[in-house]
Design a binder for this molecule. Structure first.
Ligand code: NDP
Length: 452
């Protein structure tokens, strides 16, 4: 008999926490999952899933225009945002139920309430009925995720975050989005697709710092062509409410008035009220839970995965970390997450997907590299009249001849790069790409026909 109530208590029922709990339970561990909000977490309820549904919805305006180019007659084409949001919420309710069932059917216990770690092996939980209980566990996993964060300036309280933007019951006539990371450019595409007068305000010269510079330039051009107004190299100094509108004061002394202002200026680990500082868990500068290669904190029995550790804040990484942890700790399988060549996609319009390093990264690391580029107008766009172009790049290490980076902006980029990521992870050489026969006619075939 264990001296603890549980073998594992997981705080947070997002994608990472749920995977951790299910896999640990599959090895016979007695597991409790504690979730203060609804099971499902950021990705399923407030991030990737609802965002992608709205990206799909917003693309129909362009697709109808493409259809007209292909001689379809389309009349009275209108969107109903309000109904769409209700329908999206119904789908999220369904996914939430699936998460609850996944947890319960795998044999874990689930308590709705906010968990606070009170010692190396104890968690106190304030339940929905405000009753407090304290439970003990051999191991504790922190999978609490992250939350949006805004810079400090007068009127920043008028900005909505992405959670709220996904739940607007009425579409505004105009919106300004502050930031130029993943969330900012994705939401700019959504609102612009629905015909909202969309402004993107950011401090850098180009959106998506850290991405390949040609891809960034291509995105800037495409966003402007699609009607998004870019305000780059500026910050917001103040926001004032003026009736139904908001007046945004910029650092270049200009201003603009929009109905809605959204902040997408980054996310921070969600560590408040978890009791971590009180019990001595080491945190980093941004509040992230510091962990070693085993996802273990400085307190041996306490572990952390996903956004709360602020490493690579992507859902599949959190899932892989949780799965590996459960395999190691409860399944006696020596499994670790490889953080190299993690692919990712930005569902901007056009979408971007990348894996490996950029040419700029190679130069910084002193790697002698060659870049291969292909920029073209997709076959579909010859007749549709759509002026959007596609850009694909490969980065090849000159010494080893290995392909060390692939970058794409254009339709289906995420679907294409996922396959390329396997080749890069497997160490494919440029000659392996060259000897692969292309699928014709497709955009993807450009990756195997690039010549310098
Ligand atoms: P990002 O870190 O991607 O971008 C933050 C943006 O805010 C940048 O443009 C940054 O500017 C700007 N910013 C930060 N601080 C300030 C400040 N003080 N004043 C003005 N601007 C500021 O964060 P997001 O919120 O967009 O996304 C968070 C994370 O969520 C991503 O990094 C990603 O890991 C994940 N995510 C993944 C998605 C996907 O996989 N498709 C989708 C959405 C989110 P600058 O560039 O100048 O620093």
């Amino acid at each position: 008999m264990s001296k603890f109530d549980y073998d594992l208590i997981v705080i947070g029922a997002g994608s990472g926490g749920t995977r951790t709990a299910r896999i640990a339970a599959s090895y016979g561990a007695k597991v409790l999952v504690v979730e203060g909000d609804r099971a499902g977490g950021t990705c399923v309820l407030r991030g990737c899933v609802p965002k992608k549904l709205l990206v799909y919805a917003s693309q129909f305006s362009e697709q109808v225009s493409d259809a007209e180019g292909f001689c379809w007659q389309v009349s009275n084409f209108q969107s109903n945002w309000h109904e769409l949001i209700l329908k999206k919420n119904k789908e999220l309710d369904r996914l939430h139920e699936i998460y609850v069932n996944l947890i319960k059917n795998s044999g874990c216990h689930l308590i709705s309430g906010w968990g606070k770690i009170t010692g190396p092996n104890t968690v106190s939980i304030i339940k929905e009925d405000n009753k407090k209980i304290e439970l003990s566990s051999q191991k504790i996993m922190i999978a609490a995720g992250g939350e949006s964060s805004f810079p400090n300036f007068e009127g920043n309280n008028y900005m909505i975050n992405s959670d709220k933007a996904l739940d607007l019951l009425e579409l505004p006539d105009s919106i300004a989005i502050y930031g130029s990371g993943y969330i900012a450019v994705e939401f700019a595409g959504i609102f612009n697709g629905f015909g909202v007068d969309t402004h993107l305000i950011f401090r850098a010269d180009m959106a998506l710092r850290g991405f390949d510079k040609d891809i960034r330039q291509h995105l800037m051009t495409s966003m402007e062509q699609k009607g998004i107004t870019i305000h780059n190299k500026v910050t917001i100094s103040k926001i004032e409410e003026k009736g139904q509108m908001h007046k945004i004061h910029l650092s270049n002394n200009k201003s603009l008035s929009v109905e809605t202002v959204m902040g997408a200026t980054g996310r921070l680990p969600k560590v408040s009220n978890l009791g971590l500082e009180e019990i001595g868990v080491h945190l980093g500068k941004r509040g992230e839970v510091l962990v070693n290669n085993f996802n273990q904190t400085n307190i041996n029995s306490i572990f952390a995965i996903g956004d709360v550790t602020d490493k690579i804040t992507l859902t599949p990484v959190a899932i892989a970390e949780g799965h590996s942890f459960a395999d190691r700790e409860f399944g006696k399988i020596n499994r670790y997450v490889s953080y190299s060549n993690v692919p990712s996609a930005v569902f901007s319009q056009p979408s971007i997907a990348v894996v490996g390093i950029t040419y700029e990264d190679a130069v910084k690391k002193g790697i002698k590299a060659r870049e291969y580029k292909s920029e073209f107008r997709a076959l579909k766009n010859t007749i549709s009249g759509n002026i959007e172009r596609t850009l694909m790049k490969l980065i090849v290490d000159d010494n080893s001849q290995k392909v060390v980076g692939a970058h794409m902006i254009g339709p289906d980029s995420a679907e294409i790069i996922q396959g390329i990521a396997i080749a890069i992870k497997a160490g494919a050489l440029k000659s392996d790409f060259d000897s692969t026969i292309g699928i014709h006619p497709s955009a993807a075939e450009e990756f195997v026909t690039m010549r310098s």
